[in-house]
Design a protein around this ligand. Sequence first.
Ligand code: GLN
Length: 543
Amino acid sequence: MTRYIFITGGVVSSLGKGLMAASLAALLQARGYRVRIRKFDPYLNVDPGTMSPYQHGEVYVTDDGAETDLDLGHYERFTGVSARQSDNVTQGRVYQTIITKERRGDYLGATVQVIPHVTDEIKAFALADTDDIDFVLCEIGGTVGDIESLPFMEAIRQLHNDLDRGQSIFVHVTLVPYIAAAGELKTKPTQHSVRELTSLGIQPDILLCRCEHPLPESERRKIALFCNVRPEAVIPALDASSIYGVPAQYHAEGLDAEVLRAFGIEGAPVPSLERWDDIMDRQQNPEGEVTIGVVGKYVGLPDAYKSLHEALTHGGFANRVKVKIKWIDAELFEKGDDVAAFLEPMHGILVPGGFGVRGSEGKIASVRFARERNVPFFGICLGMQMACIEGARNTAGIAAASTTEFGETSEPVVGLITEWMSAEGLQKRTAETDLGGTMRLGAYPAKLTGNSVVAGIYGTDEISERHRHRYEVNAGYREPLEKGGLIFSGMSPDGTLPEIVERPDHPWFVGVQFHPELKSKPFDPHPLFASFIEAAVKQSRLV
Ligand code: GLN
């Protein structure tokens, strides 16, 4: 039987519901259960693919090519379970589905309404593809009381009734703020939030209370009394110093035991938390430190590069070092700031994915610095494209090299992909195609040159990685670029699309068209990140 855990949030946003869901799933998994985590987003965009990273943080891409909420990245990193298209549903997609059906005449003349049509569609999403799963955790985005989230709240209320007794529970995540002037933790916002939830017909089974200070037993009892839950079901969630310490912390507070109790499950296996203990040991007892400069555009909001941040940290775990990240605004180098002054202290330089011309000359200047000064360099997606343009301009004598993304150019070293093969067959695009959901998205295989640096790093010459891009390096420039030392060491299986470039005569210089950061796990660091950080450690011994 598949059981459902519905997770809502109250009081304020940014409580870390996604991390909470991921940590609870990891704990259930550590007890031997099969888990899946889903996210419902109440906004009206069909997916976050067209939203600015400043609005929404990173867009997380799944193997099956969905552009999803960054919480799905946490889910994958904590459980190792690959997220799928069906694990993230927005209200926009729900309405898109309903309106398509309505236009087709599927409703046979009925008036289409929020209840039951919207709620039925949400319920269908919650229940789809879960046959072999023990626990499905469904996180509802937003905060109780939001107008947008009402259909989702109503749908989970109905589902609780539709499912067998004991087949679903509600976990509500709240905030217990500390008022410094009074020197007290305050439970009233939690009480109000639960009242709001119960007015929607949802009585939480478990409250997870985020707090900056330990929750005294008296306050725990008070919350239990006023919110109609058992005192043991009020779980304090103190701020954690590391996200990877959260599963063990929640376990110590009794969260997973309480969840099993709420389902009436007795005699569940004790969780094995060695995996998490090992990660924490690596994080808390590093044997060194390296500094990586990330030269990008959205540096004001770390969430915009969430997976990248985590993958670099995982590379540190692999080498038992702490990775310090310096987020550097590429535009600074266009406004006259000295590249060398910023980049000289770095043990590695990374140019991440991105869109648009702003900051691009600063990124190209950073690639040049890394190449000329023999500093480990990692270019991801747009970062690889910038590495190719830099190579074309400065090592192949093609001064006008550019990408058609930035406007017309006589030397399109990077150009729009108009045709490529996918699992679904030949894909075709033009400059006029819609922006939403039309990039080269999701997992694609690549073939690596046998004796290349990257084949050595991966330990194989066939890989599959996730993509999200509209432009590609133009294979027509392969010869001059390779003459300049930039080798095309990974290609799409049909040999048409460059996937990886490298400079074998440099200590570590790799550019990849895909996003390896999306597949890195704390307990299974991505080989490219492990190798890049290893090179940075060597560099740190030189400077
Ligand atoms: N803007 C580039 C493209 O669309 C790179 C995209 C990215 O870095 N994700 O090809």
